[in-house]
Ligand binder design. Structure first.
Ligand code: FAD
Length: 281
């Protein structure tokens, strides 16, 4: 890490659907707060499918004095709805947003118009000036719908030109993909920070399914090792902790400006990885 940059740590949650899930998340955040993250973030189902749940968690965390960034996308909502939601977040003390296009929820088909993330960023800046720090998504292994590698990098640049401050990446397991991406972004004139998204490993089948859908590559050697642990979750978790700790070490040693953990609403294995990295002091 270059000396002028401060290391940034953040943890992502998704909004639980049930009261039991919401109660459990209270315990999870109480533990993860002890690791001193710079902020938490809470995902938002495109099309507003998690609107109330996301808003509820954000409100609860703001009232606990936790720095939390809601994810946001237009989905099928009109500008007035998004503006009202942003005003509500602002009044609760939210200072950071993660602005996304989102994905089409299954069942809605092509009926819903998707608004590119750069347009959402521009809208937020137009309506709220510099009231919020804005994060956007980046894809070191390239977004599955991108026309080409360079197109995707240029669209990321468009999000920064619209006013985004920094980006958080889709998760990846090959650090070379991230560093190559940073180089290509630099060549295109992007100077904003791009924080690696880190996916702890707990379940091979879910990881494989999700990775196929979002275009994150599981290297063959890793897939083979994970497959062999399928029925032994303890060994898989231990292997996953070592693997992700090493990935994070490589990223930080080579200049990544921080880490963003996709916690999946669990304390572990995120906490063990942070402790292995010595970041809990
Ligand atoms: P965009 O940046 O709009 O890009 C979408 C696609 O269109 C890309 O292929 C891009 O190359 C292309 N493109 C971009 N701009 C233009 C343009 N102006 N004209 C033409 N083509 C363009 N999903 C959720 O539903 N909820 C969440 O809370 C959520 N959180 C996420 C957090 C992170 C850190 C990441 C990495 C992803 C998250 N996602 C979430 C997934 C994300 O919504 C999907 O990957 C979605 O398909 C793309 O969103 P985006 O904001 O990157 O889209």
């Amino acid at each position: 890490m270059s000396e002028e940059q401060d290391f940034r740590l953040s943890f992502e949650f998704f909004p639980p659907k049930t009261d039991v899930g919401r109660e459990k998340l209270k315990d999870v955040r109480a533990e993860l707060v002890k690791l001193n993250p710079d902020f938490f973030s809470v995902t938002y189902g495109a099309g507003g499918s998690t609107r109330d749940n996301t808003k509820g968690i954000i409100k609860a965390m703001c009232s606990e004095g936790i720095d939390v960034a809601p994810h946001l996308s237009f989905g099928g909502d009109d500008e007035a709805t998004i503006e009202a939601m942003l005003a509500e977040y602002k009044s609760q003390g939210v200072k950071r947003l993660v602005a996304l296009r989102g994905d089409m929820p299954s069942g809605i088909g092509s009926a819903m118009q998707m608004v590119y993330a750069n347009e959402l960023v521009a809208f937020i800046r137009r309506k709220f000036g510099d009231d919020f720090e804005i994060e956007v998504a980046a894809y070191p292994e390239i977004h599955p719908e991108a026309k080409s590698y360079l197109d995707d990098v240029r669209y990321l640049k468009g999000k920064f030109e619209a006013g985004a401050n920094s980006a958080i990446t889709q998760y990846f397991f090959n650090p070379d993909a991230y560093f190559y991406f940073l180089e290509e972004c630099k060549k295109e004139g992007i100077e904003n920070r791009i924080y690696p998204g880190i996916m702890p490993i707990t379940n091979f089948r879910n990881l494989a399914r999700f990775s196929d859908a979002c275009g994150a590559e599981i290297p063959r050697w890793m897939r083979k090792r994970l497959e062999s642990y399928q029925d032994n979750s303890e060994s898989l978790t231990a292997f996953g902790i070592d693997l992700i700790t090493e990935l994070c070490e490589t990223l930080l040693e080579n200049g990544a400006p921080g880490l963003h953990f996709y916690t999946m609403n669990q304390i572990e294995p995120t906490r063990s990885i942070i402790e292995n990295l010595g970041l809990n002091d």
